[in-house]
Design a protein around this ligand. Structure first.
Ligand SMILES: C[S@@+](CC[C@H](N)C(=O)[O-])C[C@H]1O[C@@H](n2cnc3c(N)ncnc32)[C@H](O)[C@@H]1O
Length: 307
């Protein structure tokens, strides 16, 4: 199995790992980043989250060959704070979020994430849950599908696509990925389809909804900021503009003085910025990395430090 860890060196350098620190990898995947963190920890501990039990099974074995200073938590990182508090880890030296999907998730057609290979319309990172892409396309009301595609796919022809889905599902349940791709093509017409490939962002929207991806970032990232020790770091790698915009907004909110206090001599403690940006602009992969792994092309790494 081939799996590349994106921006591995830059993210590990950004985390500034201390040998006695507490670190959290919110997106364990195939443990590329976690392995590097664990190698640098002597008396500290690594907590690693993933919703996907296939990734966890693989990574547990890999990490245990490095050391035993880790704990894997099978959960959406939406519950980051609650789960870490249960472990007694309410102060943390560093968090890593390497967002989105791993290559094994994308490449295995049985997981239903790929719009290029046929498989059941699934897209669950956590296969112990019932809610899948099939549930969404077959049961969401017209206006909810429309809202989903406008918001998470930013697809201007969403109306035509939703109309086609509604028409199709009256006759037959939509069960397969390539069946949905065909419906999208029929909705927008072949010219638009081959020019703009709306299936890419429609699949992205479905996967975000199935796994609550943006909601998890919205909740967990501010919580991570508040759990950081002074001098602690957060590194976030994003892969598309919706994720990156959200991360940027959250970091802006917690690194700037609120408008109403700007220019005032005394800012109340609870309104002072909690973090500083380590790079004003996000870091991006090198040409060599993109050549080696084309999926890294859209990656952006943002790093902040608790003040
Ligand atoms: C890009 S991969 C991480 C790759 C990893 N850094 C490595 O080096 O192998 C993202 C992983 O995070 C998981 N994931 C994404 N969003 C998640 C969420 N909200 N909660 C839990 N796991 C999530 C996915 O299942 C996937 O395994």
């Amino acid at each position: 199995m081939k799996h590349y860890s994106v921006m591995l060196q830059a993210a590990i350098k950004g985390l500034n790992v201390k040998d006695d620190g507490i670190y959290v990898d919110a997106t364990l995947g195939y443990a590329g980043h976690s392995s590097e963190i664990l190698k640098r920890i002597k008396t500290g501990k690594l907590f690693a989250f993933d919703a996907d039990s296939e990734a966890i099974n693989y990574s547990r074995h890999l990490l245990s060959e490095i050391s035993s200073n880790f704990k894997i938590i099978h959960s959406n990182f939406f519950y980051l704070k609650e789960k870490l508090e249960e472990e007694g880890a309410s102060e943390v030296d560093g968090f890593l979020f390497d967002l989105g999907l791993s290559s094994p998730e994308i490449d295995n057609e049985e997981r239903g994430f790929s719009f290029m290979k046929d498989g059941l319309l699934d897209m669950r990172m956590d296969q112990s849950k019932d809610f899948s892409a099939k549930t969404i396309v077959n049961t969401y009301k017209e206006e909810d599908l429309l809202k989903l595609f406008y918001e998470y796919a930013e697809e201007k022809r969403s109306k035509e696509i939703v109309k086609e889905i509604i028409k199709y599902r009256k006759a037959k349940e939509i069960t397969h990925t390539l069946e949905l791709v065909e419906i999208i093509k029929n909705g927008v017409g072949a010219n638009y389809f081959y020019k703009h490939h709306p299936e890419r962002t429609i699949f992205q929207a479905l996967r975000i909804e199935v796994n609550g991806e943006l909601k998890a970032i919205e909740k967990a990232l501010p919580e991570a900021i508040k759990m950081l020790k002074k001098g602690g770091r957060i590194c976030v790698i994003t892969f598309h503009s919706l994720e990156d915009r959200l991360v940027k907004q959250i970091f802006k909110k917690y690194s700037e003085v609120d408008e109403i206090f700007k220019g005032m001599p005394d800012i109340p403690e609870e309104y002072k910025p909690l973090i500083k940006l380590i790079n004003k602009k996000p870091l991006t992969p090198t040409e060599e990395e993109i050549k080696e792994n084309s999926r890294s092309k859209s990656a952006k790494l943002r790093i902040v430090e608790r003040i």
